[in-house]
Design a binder for this molecule. Structure first.
Ligand code: GDP
Length: 250
């Protein structure tokens, strides 16, 4: 398994072409780690709402690399998206009644020519949800993760105090074949890490790594990191990972 910032697995040819990084053409320019983080956060900040859909076949086919955000309800997914994009209410749409089961798409990059998409997928595992709705969720998620052609990466939010639940594992199984062959990259954010002390944080990280080891292959690009929206820790690193998925030259 790769740690954050390690080199990446090869791009799968069936995915949309990665976007060339403008800074890569600045000859001789030496970028510091701080510059890279700033650029990645700046790119995340450009996110704006594009469209919403309740079924996969209603989602537009967009020839742009797409990164999906998934996680149990209450795992901190909306907060993580808002923090990464430095926008207070971006993921708010996903919380409005009637839209909680929707897939919400956001454009990133220059206004006229977006270069990538964030997809906020429905939260799962909410106890009060009826069986029918749970089955429907399964189908939407399984279909999306297994067949969405432009999908290049998945960010899975897991509450650092709870670790992977059965539903998280089930969700990973939907995308595991594409992660295993390197077509889709995976970043697990262990959220709300501010609630853990150092020992607990290390334990959470080690247990997550053990679980991820099971789906990791030579081709896979799988990362895991502690994340706190409250303390703003792990935010710059996560932004850089996502930026590098879309801009491999950076
Ligand atoms: P979602 O259902 O996965 O979108 O979860 P939310 O983003 O709505 O967060 C669920 C709850 O966790 C809210 O009460 C948030 O304020 C809280 N939360 C989210 N991120 C953090 C964090 O980094 N630290 C702490 N302490 N609480 C957080």
């Amino acid at each position: 398994m790769m740690a954050l910032g390690d080199s990446m697995a090869e791009q799968n040819n069936s995915n949309p072409a990665p976007v060339a990084s403008p800074a890569a053409s600045l000859e001789g320019a030496v970028e510091t780690a701080a510059d890279l983080e700033k650029r990645a956060l700046g790119w995340c900040h450009t996110a704006r709402f594009r469209t919403t859909a309740s079924q996969l076949d209603q989602l537009p086919q967009i020839e742009l690399p797409e990164i999906a955000f998934v996680g149990r309800s209450n795992a901190g997914k909306s907060t993580a998206i808002n923090t990464l994009t430095q926008q207070k209410r971006l993921a708010f749409a996903s919380k409005t009644p009637g839209r909680t089961q929707h897939i919400n798409l956001f454009d990133l990059g220059p206004k006229i020519i977006p270069n990538s998409i964030f997809a906020d997928l429905p939260g799962y595992g909410y106890a009060a949800v009826a069986r029918g709705a749970k089955l429907r969720w399964q189908k939407v998620m399984a279909d999306y993760l297994a067949v969405r052609r432009s999908l290049i990466g998945v960010v899975l939010m897991v509450d650092s105090r709870l670790g992977f639940t059965d539903l998280d594992q089930q969700l990973m199984s939907f995308v595991a074949p594409r992660v295993g062959n390197g077509a889709v990259k995976l970043l697990v954010l262990l959220t709300k890490s501010d609630k853990l002390n150092r020992t607990e944080a290390n334990t959470a990280l080690a247990s997550a790594q053990a679980v991820l080891g099971e789906i990791t292959t030579d081709e896979a690009d799988v990362g895991v990191a502690l994340f706190s929206a409250l303390k703003k820790s792990g935010v710059g690193d996560a932004a850089q990972v996502l930026h590098s998925w879309v801009h491999p030259a950076a």
